[in-house]
Design a protein around this ligand. Structure first.
Ligand SMILES: Nc1ncnc2c1ncn2[C@@H]1O[C@H](COP(=O)(O)OP(=O)(O)OP(=O)(O)O)[C@@H](O)[C@H]1O
Ligand SMILES: [Mg+2]
Length: 505
């Protein structure tokens, strides 16, 4: 008889065993096991509110656990603060940025470990800037590291976060939706960086709602649902459908629903809009019932045009017409009064009031209207909110939960619900599905289609080409602050949009 010898499995680099965490009314994690090997990319996926960020915060010492154990190279470790986690070589790129807005990008990258000058207590700024610039350059990002972090675009803030975590000596790096704000080019740089970290034996945890990224970069995949671990498998053993099935526990429609559009009259006309140094010569028309897509690279000026239409930034030139009548929009208040709504890209600063509850946030834009009538109708507010919580599958114990306690994707859904609740005649969506799980994306596409069917004129900015092409009746492409072209639904292909977005004729 031959005896079989099993080589002992080397213990993983990191093991999290039996991790549980509950919040009032929510079991965020229930007895979750998770491990990471040296030199692997372990993807962590699940619907909004599944518990991904909570697991990462526990690993990073930013959140306490109710039960469970963490082992590093087989040894139990006690991670009771973010500093302790960093000392152990565990670095996290948080989903919600942690940059200090009035410090430069360079100071943020080297916060707490700035190179000392020869005079004690002083920072060697020349070295700081030089080394920070090297890190950013290696990421392929053209950002002056002396710029204040608060002045940078969301995408560039994200790259500073990435630079901050990856420039440290890391054993484990967890990336909580690092790609949400990045475009294709920046994403490729990030993947290159991840591959070189992997070669150096770093264990990488990668969270993303874009499944194609998971199949490009991950070695193993763990799926969480409602705080439970559903399974862990090598990526070769899975395909898109099995991952989705595990995430949502049900079958899903495959692509954005198509609809037959009947475009009505011109609703919003932009003529020669300009903001010095940001965009110029921007003219277009959106019709009732039309979805006008705007594509382009990060920094092309799309968000800035949206903000100007909404009165959040001033215009230096041009005019806006609503149903043929010239209007002045000096503030978001003016825009709301005229029936223009904006679901912003950056939910942290423009979207939500974090210490207000879900119901108040959903009904916020309408408060003017409700209070004009002399009262706030709590019951109507609550009913409407509950309806959106159901249709958008917002994971919250009640509509009276503070928005700060919701997961990132669920906060985004609250912003959407608010604008769906207002009866705007023009809706501008800036990256409406960023950070939103696959199931809820389909719901959002359905809701945008419903708005169009009701005759709302819709502008949708999106960096996700498949979504842009599936949803838009026409696609405008911006490049360096100007309109590079307009494509009909039939003309719009990924190649054509990319060609225009990168400056091709
Ligand atoms: N401080 C808190 N207080 C109350 N509930 C919380 C708190 N933090 C998280 N939760 C809840 O725990 C659950 C898990 O949230 P978590 O942020 O881990 O989800 P996630 O998987 O990262 O989702 P997303 O994809 O939207 O980022 C959610 O229901 C969330 O509302
Ligand atoms: Mg999260």
């Amino acid at each position: 008889m031959t005896s079989v010898y099993y080589a002992p499995q080397p213990s993983p680099l990191l093991e999290m065993r039996g991790i549980s965490k509950r919040y009032p009314g929510v079991v965020a994690l229930d007895n979750v096991d998770f491990d990471v090997r040296a030199g692997e990319v372990h993807a962590l996926v699940g619907e909004n509110g599944a518990g991904k960020s909570t697991l990462m915060k526990i690993l990073a010492g930013a959140e306490t656990r109710d039960a469970g154990q963490i082992l590093l190279r087989g040894q139990p470790v006690h991670i009771d603060s973010p500093q302790r986690a960093m000392d152990l070589g565990i670095n996290i790129i948080y989903q919600e940025f942690n940059l200090v807005p009035h410090l430069s990008a360079a100071e943020n990258i080297f916060l707490g470990r700035e190179p000392a000058a020869s005079i004690p207590g002083f920072i060697d700024f020349r070295r700081l800037y030089r080394e920070a610039q090297q890190v950013m350059d290696s990421l392929g990002v053209s950002v002056d590291v002396r710029t204040e972090a608060g002045q940078l675009s969301v995408a560039h803030q994200q790259m500073v976060e990435i630079a901050k975590a990856t420039s440290r000596n890391s054993v484990i790096i967890a990336m909580d939706e690092p790609s949400a704000t990045l475009t294709e080019h920046e994403l490729q740089n990030l993947f290159q960086l991840i591959r070189s970290l992997r070669e150096r034996g770093v264990g990488i945890i990668y969270i993303s709602h874009r499944l194609e990224e998971i199949f490009t970069i991950a070695d193993r995949v763990t799926v969480l649902r409602d705080g439970h671990r559903i399974g862990t498998h090598p990526v070769e053993a899975m395909d898109r459908d099995t991952v989705i099935q595990m995430m949502v526990g049900r079958e899903l429609a495959h692509s954005a629903p198509k609809r037959a559009t009947v475009c009505g009259d011109a609703v919003l006309e932009a003529r020669g809009l300009a903001r010095h140094g940001v965009f110029r010569d921007v003219s277009f028309t959106v019709h009732a019932g039309e979805v006008l897509g705007i594509g382009g690279l990060v920094g092309a000026g799309r968000t800035e045009v949206a903000r100007a239409l909404f009165g959040a930034d001033p215009l230096d030139a041009g005019e806006i017409r609503l149903r043929g009548k010239r209007v002045r929009i000096r503030s978001p208040r003016d825009a709301i009064r005229l029936g223009i709504g904006l679901v912003p890209e950056d939910r942290k600063t423009l979207g939500l009031i974090l210490n207000m509850v879900v119901r108040e946030n959903v009904t916020l834009a309408n408060l003017d209207l409700l209070s004009l009538l002399g009262f706030v109708n709590r019951r109507r507010e609550r009913e409407a909110t509950e309806q959106y919580v159901r249709s958008l599958r917002i994971r919250t114990p009640t509509v009276e939960q503070e928005v700060r306690n919701l997961s990132g994707g669920n906060q985004q859904k609250v912003v959407l619900a608010r604008w769906l609740f207002t009866d705007s005649r023009v809706m501008i969506f800036d990256e409406p599905t960023r950070g939103i799980d696959v199931g809820a994306k389909m719901e959002i596409y359905g809701l945008i289609n419903d708005l169009a069917a009701r005759g709302v004129a819709t502008i949708m900015i999106s960096s996700e080409l498949p979504e842009l092409l599936a949803m838009s009746d026409r696609v405008l492409v911006m490049h360096e602050g100007r309109l590079a072209g307009a494509l009909s639904r039939e003309e719009a292909t990924q190649e054509r949009v990319m060609h225009l977005a990168t400056g091709g004729e």
